[in-house]
Each structure stands twice: as C-alpha cells, then as structure tokens.
Design a binder for this molecule. Sequence first.
Ligand code: ATP
Ligand code: MG
Length: 258
Amino acid sequence: MSAHIIQIDNVHKSYGAVQVLKGISLTVPKGQVVALLGPSGSGKSTLLRCINHLETINGGQIRVNGELIGYEERGTRLHELPDTRIARQRRAIGMVFQSFNLFRHMTVLRNVMTGPVDVLGKSREEARAKAMELLEMVGLPDKADSYPSQLSGGQQQRVAIARTLAMEPRVLLLDEPTSALDPELSKEVISTIRALADQGYTMMIATHEMSIASGFCDRAVLMADGHVVEDRAAAEFFADPREARTRQFLDHYAKTAH
Ligand SMILES: Nc1ncnc2c1ncn2[C@@H]1O[C@H](COP(=O)(O)OP(=O)(O)OP(=O)(O)O)[C@@H](O)[C@H]1O
Ligand SMILES: [Mg+2]
C-alpha cells in the first residue's frame, strides 16, 4: 500500500459552468501537516469537502489510506457508492469546520461521547473514559458537564476538535478552524492544533492564519484559480517563494496583518 495516506489525483470540480478545481494533484504522507492557502474563492473548502465526499467530483480520484473515496471502479467506470458505504468512509476522515456545529442540547461530555457510542458501538464506559482523556488533551476537563452555550467560541472549537478525534480518524481536515474567533481565542485553538501536529496526526488545514501555516505546518500549498500554484516545505515557501503568484499572496498578507 502507498505510504501516502491522502492521494488526490487530477481532481476536477465544477459548480454548473464554474470550474473551481481544474486538476488538483496532491499526496500527503502519514503524519504530515499541510497548510492549504489561497485567496478567498480559490477552492480550499471545496477541495477539503471533496476529500470526504461532501461534494461529488467531476474528474480524477481521491484515495484515503489507499481506499477510493465516494466511488467504486466497475470496469473502467466509476460509480458513486451508496450512502452507507460513504458514511463508513467518512469515519476515517475527521472534519473540523469554522462553525463548530456542536449539539446544543448535549453537554460537552455527551457531545464527545455520542459518535463513539452511536456510530462505533462502543460501550458508554469506554466512550466516557476516552472522551475525558480527549477533553484533558484540549484543556477542558472541567467543562465536561457544561453546555456549548456556556463556553467561549475557542472552547467550543476545542470541544469540536475533541469530538472529531473521538472517532479515531486516520486524517484530520480543518477548514478555517480559527476564523470565527477573535485573536485571543484563536491562540488557544492554534495551540491545540499544534499539539495534534506534535502527536503525529496527519492534517490538512485550510487557513488564512499565517501563524498556523508558518508556525508548525510541514508543508504549504498555495491554490489559485483552480490550480496548485506552489507546493513546498513550509519553511521554504515562506522564506523563498518560487512563484510570483506566491510572493504576491504573501505580500498581501504582510500588508494586512496588522
Ligand atoms: N455549493 C456551491 N455552489 C456553487 N458554487 C460554489 C459552491 N460552493 C463553492 N462555490 C464556489 O466555488 C468557489 C470556491 O469556493 P471555496 O469555498 O472552495 O473557496 P475557499 O478557497 O474555501 O474560499 P475562502 O477562503 O473564502 O473560504 C467560489 O467561487 C464559490 O463561489
Ligand atoms: Mg473556505
């Protein structure tokens, strides 16, 4: 099996006549943390949504852990999988969104336990112990019995991360995990994500927050106009960008950062 846990091969995606992804290819080895950068509308969210088949694709293939996502090959043609099989594939792919989407009527602890109990069939005891471990990891063990409305945005996002991890995903996709938060609360969430990076989680993070991309991502990928413009080790991407388009992008951030 390939050493690459995520394999994106020549993916095309259109909405009606609008071509958003025009042949994206990327492979991510296990344990790598990739920052997905690009101007608004460049297709970052679309690409992440294609990886766990929240969107169908019009061409190309996506594999996670060697398994073709969303489709099966019959002869030379691809057929979309039935919902139950797509749901099973999605369990291996954790997704964290900008808006945390916690269950408002459940305590923090139940938010984190519910997937493992209801979907993975774990016992309540096992799920509770694991949930407490994860709440500890994101720094919120004392909020286990609180409701989401009693938490700050940053705390809610850390619960959302714990809830995603409770499903024991093989990869984590984070779509602008800090953009709904003010800078102080962003910091808490960024240090949580950094801790996941240190623990060896494979992650793709779409972000406009350059401190994430340059702070601890291994690799930076710039998307623009439906293509990958530059894809390099993060240190080189920031210190010595190769493409004029990358320099323009970084200049824009340097100007608007303060
Ligand atoms: N469901 C949809 N229907 C039609 N067009 C869509 C849909 N979702 C996204 N688009 C279009 O696809 C393009 C890419 O959007 P996408 O959300 O992937 O960009 P992005 O890089 O994540 O931007 P941002 O940085 O603002 O989050 C945009 O032009 C957007 O308008
Ligand atoms: Mg987006």
